[in-house]
Ligand binder design. Sequence first.
Ligand code: GLN
Length: 229
Amino acid sequence: MIAPAYTQFLEWVERRAAGEPLAYLVGEAEFRGRVFQVSPDVLIPRPETEVLIELALKKLHGVAAPRILDLGTGSGIVAISLALECPTAQITAVDLSFEAISVARNNAGRLGATVDFRQSDWFENLAGETFDLIVSNPPYVANGDPHLELNGLPFEPQMALTDGADGLNCIRRIVAGAAAHLTPAGWLLFEHGYDQGEASRNLLTTAAFKAAFTHPDLAGIDRVSGAYL
Ligand code: GLN
């Protein structure tokens, strides 16, 4: 008789050999020292997203009980990390995908984080609500970018990776909508592609944000831009 674990192992080897990321085989991935459950409905956590967390924590320094919004939360890594590392914060996190929201809620429960998860197309279901900080890791890979065919990306939700256009569409929507949802001097911080720093700063400045900056990830690549109102 063949042991079930061995059968499972052989199945994983086959799927891995076909390019499926390990995180989807085992159903979990690590981010910032915590284990998050993932399914093919959500992007697999990337270490470069830690830059977004670090910058957010810096901007929150000195704000007593900050209200934070995470747009396009996916598995919830950004919202949950901030909830656990800034315990006084009140965090709302949205995603277009109901499936992603369910993965994120489960992760928050397992990790003991309190986050108000809601389904929303960016700011659509947030009318009248304001925040001290808005963060996002939106889809920013351009349609047809050869990168989408590599490194297991075909197995990930395309709606979490690409805007189906030039890669800046979602960033444009986030920048355009943020002003109505930020408190005075509130910060907007978002992750973007290696070549989108300048375009991101231009979008922010044109939308009347101040002190637009771009920060590199640990590999020295432009990764997060931000500005305040
Ligand atoms: N950094 C990811 C990649 O290039 C893309 C993540 C995203 O679109 N938000 O694989």
